[in-house]
Design a protein around this ligand. Structure first.
Ligand code: URA
Ligand code: SF4
Length: 187
């Protein structure tokens, strides 16, 4: 499926209970040929209202970090693990994550074929690395699995609650160009 076809399916999806509380599903957006795919957790209130990913405060911080490496949000693709807002921003349930990832996120990865997948926060990390228990020991690390490179980062919203994380997140983020270069050189 193409990204547009996936987005059409997402917008009318009722495969899990999160469809009941949403105003708008948020398929994700950006460059369909992006080298970097960012994967957050799920839409919050602003994203639900607008149908777009990372348009609230966390999105502002993500854009600020992108500018540190001379990227704009249009250069990358930004998606989420679940495409519909969990009620009161609760954590997505395992069955909701499974359903959404299996039906849509995997298809998005196949369509984009990013050189680098950046996971934002523990829910996104766990989709690809279920065995890792704590994000605090692995943030800022890149992993290769089945020929795909992943960089694990804290969720941008975490830096808004905990100011001390903001500087660490920026340092982690600044590694992206070097990681991309290495991938392009084939090591
Ligand atoms: N947090 C997320 O995980 N995703 C968004 O799209 C916005 C905030
Ligand atoms: Fe469908 Fe995903 Fe929304 Fe659940 S969260 S209704 S699986 S698009």
């Amino acid at each position: 499926m193409t990204l547009d076809e996936i987005a059409i399916e997402v917008r009318k999806c009722t495969k899990c209970a999160l469809s009941k509380g949403r105003k708008n599903a948020v398929p994700g957006e950006g460059n369909s040929k992006a080298e970097i795919l960012f994967i957050g957790e799920g839409p919050g209130q602003n994203e639900d209202a607008q149908g777009k990913p990372f348009v609230g405060e966390a999105g502002k911080f993500l854009e600020e970090m992108l500018s540190l490496i001379n990227f704009k949000r249009e250069d990358v693709f930004i998606a989420n693990v679940v495409k519909c807002r969990p009620p009161h921003n609760r954590d997505p349930l395992e069955e909701e994550v499974d359903e959404c990832v299996r039906n849509y996120l995997y298809g998005q990865i196949k369509a984009i074929k990013p050189k680098l997948i950046v996971t934002l926060g523990r829910h996104s990390m766990r989709v690809f690395f279920p065995q890792i228990k704590s994000i605090s020991s692995v943030h800022g690390k890149a992993y290769k699995k089945a020929d795909q490179v992943y960089l694990i980062l804290y969720h941008p919203a975490a830096a808004l609650y905990q100011r001390s994380l903001a500087e660490q997140m920026k340092e982690d983020f600044k590694q992206i160009p070097e990681i991309l270069e290495k991938i392009k050189k084939g090591n």
